[in-house]
Write a new protein. Structure first.
Length: 195
């Protein structure tokens, strides 16, 4: 099956799922609730991570088609770029689905509060600098983890040694001439058998 056919079948399947699933949920959500969800989605940049999907799909498709038809490179490139630009308006579908997803989970009041916070200077700073802070916290957690592992091994080792030493001191000293455990004592006048 060619890449184009696979892309078409996947797109058709996704369209059927979206068409059959969305209307039922959309009927339960008021326009005001959906509007609040769209504002929250916009405020938190919820779909920004998907901005590269269409350009990446266009690049992959061009590469695949050009590998099979290198003599048509210019035509493939221009056609794919043109069709990708025409499909860019479908980005709004993703925004709508994201808003519906948020509206299903959060009340309109929650969504308004989210949008208000993330549109504030503090919320914008959190969005902008949050990844930096997360990276720093991850580094700190790695260092902390190594220290905890090292210190735990050290204190357990010391504790085990102390326990073993105290057990050794508490154990009765072997009686001189007594056979080690599991051996019969040698008869008088005979040396114990060597192992």
């Amino acid at each position: 099956m060619t890449l184009v056919n696979r892309v078409r079948r996947l797109s058709a399947a996704l369209a059927v799922i979206a068409f059959t699933a969305s209307p039922a949920f959309a009927q339960d959500i008021s326009e005001a609730h959906l509007k609040a969800a769209r504002e929250a989605v916009d405020a938190i940049n919820a779909t920004d991570m998907f901005d590269g999907i269409l350009p990446a799909a266009a690049r992959a498709l061009k590469q695949s088609l050009i590998e099979k038809n290198p003599d048509l490179q210019d035509l493939i490139t221009s056609t794919t770029d043109q069709k990708a630009l025409e499909m860019a308006s479908r980005r709004a579908d993703l925004e709508k689905e994201a808003a519906l997803a948020y509206a299903r989970v959060f009340s309109a009041e929650d969504l308004n509060n989210i949008a208000t916070f993330y549109n504030s200077p503090t919320g914008k700073k959190l969005l902008a600098d949050g990844p930096i802070v997360t990276r720093e916290v991850t580094k700190a957690a790695d260092i902390w983890q190594r220290g905890i592992v090292r210190d735990l091994a050290q204190v357990v080792g010391v504790s085990l040694k102390e326990t073993m030493d105290s057990r050794a001191k508490a154990a009765p000293a072997p009686v001189e001439g007594a056979a080690p455990e599991g051996e019969a004592p040698a008869p008088e006048g005979e040396a114990p058998a060597a192992n």
